[in-house]
Design a protein around this ligand. Structure first.
Ligand code: ASP
Length: 543
């Protein structure tokens, strides 16, 4: 509330948000790694026992020599409902189970090893087994609920300052997440109503409107497809455990038809107020679009009053979101510290693969798909066009905001690339709001990554299609401001039944990905201008 609590203008200029986020990430990581208690060596010999029954497969580790059923001797127990679930966690062990119902895996010198002859070849399964996660990250109450064996370790390695710090940063991270969630619904609603109502001001553009919409939807779907293909090939989330994750959740069942019908029904809320209250995004999006359209249908004084009202509300929501995003350095600091303090170095491998997947997919879309469209339908040299757009693309990259880059995009498209104002004044503002190829691609990759990293969560083809459709809607609903895509991801997570909390860790690397995806968003709007200008107005030669 108090403007004096915000950093001064000069401070902001010296430290742009992305640098502050970067610094927070580095500092959080360093402190987290320093606090990471590491793993505690397990000196005792253990047995891993795999049992198959009608209910599924269960894996249990016990201290060697303990009586059967001695609860105090159980180190760990996990059950899997299906072979597929089991295979994810213990890929090679599954092969051994093929012929046996029970496998005993003795641990010697800290390594669990079993050797088995199968069809003439020797299958060796082994797992480094001389460590258990440090218990000092658990609270005293949590330790109390641990199996007896762990309790003993906990007594030898009592919870220390690490635990206090971990609890605190987790709390701070949660506060930041809650703030983001708070603005999501009003932001989507006002952004869409204003965007759709604004179209009325451009009467007589029916043909251009249809083509523009077709281009927007087409390129976004191409981007999403690229992302989904890459995430399935690279599989960045397989074998990764997200901090705070590890719990098994059930995925929604149903065939593609059933899932799509359910989505369709969700698009028509029986009670919009209830939909808003429950944060049912699909309902909110469809209702807002209709509302915006009917503001135009009603028109006149009432229409204008409402359009002005929602425009004002949208500006307030944008400002509020920007204010919350100002806390991103604190949120990122908390998330990085939490992640590295609980997971150590392992976390970097997980995020690196995820980031590479997003980068690669954006690169393919931005450097192959869109230029091909500019060449074929816009009849222009993509390289010359990209050169003309450089100032706008660089602004998009550094501000991570399509809206911030919009004035520059308009001037580059018109003055440097020679596109008519008639086209750009319509295509660009609309594009900055609803055409976000980079964001759509990112939503799909991030959600599939989270799904891959969530134990027991398998996304069927039908569900991946649901992800694609909701990612498209999320990108349409995202405002052109930094991190809007992250806020909108809730829609996609909700559609496939993933917990919103699983977003936690990817927030840490969102800024850099945001800069890249915003560049692709603005590039796609610009390419759209070139294409639509060419197909709508009289053919313009490049000159
Ligand atoms: N920052 C993006 C944009 O302004 C939206 C997003 O967060 O994906 O285009």
């Amino acid at each position: 509330m108090d403007p004096h609590t915000e950093p001064s203008k000069t401070q902001r200029q010296r430290w742009p948000l992305h640098f502050r986020i970067l610094a927070a990430m580095v500092v959080g990581t360093v402190i987290g790694l320093a606090l990471n208690p590491g793993k505690i060596p397990l000196t005792q010999d253990v047995h891993l026992q795999v049992t198959r029954s009608d209910e599924g497969i269960s894996v249990q580790e016990t201290v060697t020599g303990a009586e059967d059923g001695d609860a105090a001797a159980i180190l760990f127990r996990e059950s899997f409902a299906s072979d597929d679930e089991f295979r994810r966690s213990y890929p090679r062990l599954m092969e051994l189970l093929g012929e046996n119902d029970t496998v005993q895996v003795p641990v010697t010198d800290g390594v669990a090893r079993v050797q088995h002859e199968m069809s003439g070849t020797t299958v060796i399964w082994q797992r480094k087994h001389n460590e258990v996660p440090a218990v000092s990250q658990f609270s005293a109450r949590e330790i109390d609920q641990l199996p007896a064996f762990w309790k003993q370790i906990a007594t030898e390695h009592p919870p220390g300052v690490t635990h206090q710090v971990i609890s605190l940063v987790r709390f701070i991270g949660d506060l930041f997440l809650r703030l983001l969630k708070m603005v999501t619904v009003p932001l989507i609603a006002t952004s869409l109503i204003t965007g759709v109502a604004g179209l009325g001001a451009h009467g007589g553009f029916g043909r251009m409107f249809g083509r523009t919409l077709f281009y927007y939807l087409g390129t976004s779907l191409l981007a999403i497809t690229t992302g989904i293909i890459l995430v399935n090939i690279i599989q960045p989330g397989v074998g990764a455990t997200l901090p705070g994750g590890g719990r098994t959740i059930s995925s929604p069942e149903g065939t593609l038809g059933e899932i799509l019908i359910a989505q369709l029904l969700r698009m028509i809320p029986q009670n919009p107020v209830q939909a808003f209250a429950n944060g049912e995004f699909l309902s909110i999006i469809s209702f807002s679009i209709l509302f915006g359209m009917f503001i135009n249908v009603v028109g006149g004084d009432s229409g204008k009053r409402l359009a002005d009202f929602f425009d004002a509300a949208f500006h307030v929501m944008m400002r509020m979101t920007t204010w919350i995003i100002g806390f991103a350095p604190i949120g990122v600091f908390a998330f990085m510290l939490y992640a590295t303090a609980t997971q150590g170095f392992e976390i970097f491998g997980i995020l690196a693969k995820y980031m590479i997947t997003v980068f690669l997919a954006l690169l393919i879309h931005g450097c192959v798909t869109l230029p091909v469209l500019v060449r074929i339908f816009g009849r222009r040299s993509p390289v010359a066009f990209a050169k003309a757009m450089t100032p706008s693309l660089l602004t998009a990259f550094s501000t991570a905001s399509s809206n911030a880059a919009l004035p520059l995009t308009m001037s580059c498209v018109e003055q440097r690339a020679g596109v008519s104002n008639r086209t750009s004044s319509f295509v660009l503002p609309l594009g900055a709001t609803i055409n976000m190829d980079g964001t759509a691609l990112y939503e799909a990759v991030a959600v599939l990554f989270i799904a891959q990293a969530t134990p027991g969560f398998d996304l069927t083809l039908a569900q991946q299609i649901t992800v694609a459709i909701t990612a498209l809607l999320a990108s349409v609903g995202a405002a052109g401001i930094p991190h809007a895509g992250l806020v909108m991801m809730a829609i996609v997570l909700q559609a496939v039944g993933l917990p919103l909390e699983s977003q936690g860790i990817i927030i840490a690397v969102d800024r850099i990905l945001d800069m890249c995806r915003t560049t692709v968003n603005v590039w796609s709007d610009s390419c759209g201008c070139a294409v639509i200008d060419r197909v709508t107005n009289s053919p313009q030669s490049e000159s």
